[in-house]
Design a protein around this ligand. Structure first.
Ligand code: GDP
Length: 442
């Protein structure tokens, strides 16, 4: 069953991001400084009283002018109502109750979802701030006094969330099932691809529901394996609200990516890579997911023998941060190469779960450093003592060295490429963390 989701909504500047960081324990993603890659982590996970769930900050890009605020908040609320199991509405005790707060509170109430009201910036502990009382007027029950800066009140918030999460269904996820997210901008052919797959294969198809959230996955198996396509509710039968949400929010995409093992990033062959595609692909890359770049509508393109190479070149140039991802050309309409997708999905899923022994890694390291000497600075040379793998999905390596400042990005890239080459590793990002002797936990 999908992990339950808690959404945070509220006016700009009420302290949503700070609260989000407090609740998720400030899990920071290792992110490259690459254009097109979003840096704001607005999706994190949380464990409280033995329950695991995700938290999302629906804030995203905040509006600049006052008259946009209400619209912005309504969108947030709509997204939260559509996706979340529990909603945290954040207000600001210093500003007091605003008309926009009241408007959104009404929307949330009508949704019948569990909502908890956090009154933030109650920074002094020990006595109730009298300014909190007016927030009873929102009709969302007892407001909880919170200080995102100091962290107090967050335990009460999490208690409320956990109490109102959907029951666990106790079903263990089958390890062999590969979770696939089909992502891409509107009209790129996501629904067509899914329907082609589900419609044509002689397969067992079922909807996997089980939460109050309307994220319905499609499960199916064929001779290649077992697959669960993530959040396919809106793809199988397009509904108005799904369209509306898709238009202005990449939140649903982020949620799907987070729950997936493999992302199929759809690009429209007629248009090439657009800015929106770059952003969406960046989300999958940032999340460290195995990726396949799927150029769809290949049937609709006038082709000669160079078209595919040219298109590949464009994809490589515009999505240069994910050179590891294989590129495939398909037609969801005719079914061309759709079957081949499965081999590729299996391949990249395997790679992202790959484990390498420390012994093997260090052989590679010895070879690599012998071939290209590590950089020096003012007579001091980088020494890499050893490497070890600390995680999978994606493969995550740690390199211990004498001086992290000498470990330039280009040399990291070089090592990364050596590892990729030796293990034939494609389709998955790799994380490399550099540790210096004397760093904590060594
Ligand atoms: P979604 O919004 O990403 O789910 O996109 P849809 O699956 O609804 O497709 C949008 C439009 O593109 C529809 O009119 C489809 O018929 C069309 N389409 C999707 N895949 C293909 C394809 O491979 N070739 C062609 N020619 N049209 C396609």
């Amino acid at each position: 069953m999908p992990k339950p989701l808690v959404a945070i909504v509220g006016r700009p500047n009420v302290g949503k991001s700070l609260l989000f960081n407090k609740l998720t324990g400030q899990r920071t993603a290792i992110v490259e400084d690459t254009p097109g890659v979003t840096r704001d982590r607005i999706y994190g996970s949380c464990e409280w009283n033995g329950r695991n769930f995700d938290i999302v900050d629906t804030g995203g890009i905040e509006p600049g002018t006052d008259n946009e605020i209400l619209l912005f908040m309504r969108r947030q609320a709509e997204i939260a109502i559509a996706l979340a199991d529990v909603i945290i509405m954040v207000t600001d005790v210093k500003v007091g109750l605003t008309a926009a707060d009241a408007d959104v509170a009404n929307m949330l109430k009508r949704s019948k979802k569990p909502v908890v009201l956090a009154v933030n910036k109650c920074d002094s502990v020990g006595h109730t701030n009298p300014d909190v009382f007016e927030f009873y007027g929102l009709g969302l029950g007892d407001p909880i006094e919170v200080s995102a800066v100091h962290g107090h009140g967050t335990g009460d918030l999490l208690d409320f969330c956990v109490e109102h999460l959907p029951e666990k269904d106790g079903e263990e996820e089958d390890e062999d099932v590969i979770k696939v997210a089909i992502i891409g901008k509107p009209n790129v052919g996501k629904s067509s691809l899914l329907n082609k797959i589900l419609g044509e294969e002689r397969v067992i198809v079922s909807n996997v529901a089980g939460t109050t959230r309307d994220a319905i996955d499609s499960y199916f198996e064929n001779e290649h394996g077992k697959y669960r396509f993530i959040d396919t509710a809106g793809m199988r039968r397009k509904s108005k609200v799904d369209d509306a949400i898709e238009k202005y929010s990449n939140l649903r995409t982020i949620a799907s990516i987070e729950r997936s093992d493999v992302c199929l990033i759809l690009i429209d062959a007629n248009e090439g890579v657009t800015e929106q595609d770059t952003k969406i692909a960046g989300l999958a890359h940032e999340a460290g997911k195995a990726c396949i770049i799927v150029v769809n509508k290949w049937d609709a393109v006038e082709k000669d023998d160079k078209t595919m190479d040219k298109m590949t070149e464009n994809v490589r140039r515009d999505l240069s941060y994910m050179l590891y991802a294989p590129v495939m050309f398909i037609s969801a309409l005719t079914g061309q190469r759709v079957e081949k997708l499965f081999e590729m999905i299996n391949s990249v899923a395997n790679q992202s779960a790959m484990r390498v022994t420390t012994g093997m890694l260090n052989n590679i390291l010895a070879d690599a450093t012998a071939r290209v000497q590590p950089p020096t600075d003012k007579g001091r040379r980088l020494k890499i003592y050893y490497m070890t793998q600390v995680g999978v999905k994606p493969p995550h390596f740690v390199a211990f060295c004498n001086d992290a400042r000498l470990f330039h990005f280009s040399y990291q890239r070089y090592l990364e490429n050596q590892i990729r080459e030796v293990f034939g590793l494609t389709g998955t990002p790799i994380r490399l963390t550099v540790r210096q002797r004397g760093d904590k936990d060594e």
